[in-house]
Write a protein that binds this ligand. Sequence first.
Ligand SMILES: Cc1cc2nc3c(=O)[nH]c(=O)nc-3n(C[C@H](O)[C@H](O)[C@H](O)COP(=O)(O)OP(=O)(O)OC[C@H]3O[C@@H](n4cnc5c(N)ncnc54)[C@H](O)[C@@H]3O)c2cc1C
Ligand code: FES
Length: 358
Amino acid sequence: MLKFLKSLVGGPAKKRQLHILPQGLTVDIASGQTLLEAALANGIAFPHDCTVGTCASCKSRLKQGRVREATPFGYTLSKLELDAGFILACQAFPRDDLTVVEIEPPGADVPPPESFTGTITETQPLTHDILKVTVRMDRRVNYVAGQYASVRAPGLPRSRHYSFADAPQREGRTDLNFFIRKVPGGAFTDALFSGGLNGQPLTIDAPHGNFHLRGGNSPMLCVVGGSGLAPLLSVLEQARKTRIRRPCTLLFGARTQADLYMLDALQSLASGWLDRFNFVPVLSHEPPDSAWQGARGMVTEFIASAAGEIDWASAEAYMCGPPPMIDAAIAKLVESGLPLDAIHYDKFTDGRDEAPAA
Ligand SMILES: Cc1cc2nc3c(=O)[nH]c(=O)nc-3n(C[C@H](O)[C@H](O)[C@H](O)COP(=O)(O)OP(=O)(O)OC[C@H]3O[C@@H](n4cnc5c(N)ncnc54)[C@H](O)[C@@H]3O)c2cc1C
Ligand code: FES
């Protein structure tokens, strides 16, 4: 009888566990917790940022067990990543007693995020729709090249992410520069471009993100689109300052010549680079009768040719910009023979990319 009653109510909730590689840590997953929540609740430094399925910082490879998606992983991960077994830990609920995931542990030198207040002190147009925005902070900010800040303006409920455009300084920076592109109909950028944020106190939470230069001597292929140049400039400038010696190809996708910017900074970066530096601007909408002699088309079409004699099996890719560009680039890179684990990116998602519930 007791057995029968137990079978009706289902008995005590099953203990579910999460095992995290390569650290080899095991934690219990409480009922209703995502994999990320379980890891964080147990004090594990599991990479994460947005916690709502849009930044891919919590991307991990599912090695054992099945999971239920709170929001579809496919909104943020490419098909290739999904096929290779990647999931978003912040959107994954366990379906089996044991779930095993593999993560890339966050770098040891990443400073923990803190809350700051900042005020815009200068805006300078870089193109017709990209501003260089300088923000004076209430105190010094430390970050790793490639990371970003979460910025909240008065009256807007949600933070927007903006990548640091400069290499970090050992003692931290009080003046931060960002390259911000105007998004038509975007709440934050509309206010910014109309001058409505000047003098306003901005709440800034930083640093965030797991986009950074990995160690080693592999050739680097960098692909940027629009304001995606900001984090790559920070990464490359830091690499130049620390005298890193690696061949580098930088593909810069823009619509027309008028959309290329920071060319002087790129020129000086290239001349100070200790190995081969190949800069390839690619224009998608340059008028056919213009004097432009350079590459024309979608930046992702030039991945194979611009990288030249690159040994794909040992190379690394670093990419920032619009999500469709990143997805197309991942497909091209994998087709060329680059392993998914060697592809690092930040997708510049916005309000349109908010993931719907599964
Ligand atoms: C890691 C990361 C780093 C980033 N770094 C940079 C950077 O360095 N520079 C940069 O320029 N950008 C960067 N971005 C993008 C940036 O954070 C903002 O998303 C962008 O500036 C748009 O903000 P917004 O408030 O103007 O637009 P939003 O208000 O987010 O709106 C964007 C668009 O979506 C539409 N929209 C909004 N909500 C909805 C909805 N619910 N349904 C349908 N449509 C909707 C709007 O009409 C508009 O067209 C980054 C993003 C990420 C994730
Ligand atoms: S923390 Fe999971 S997608 Fe951002």
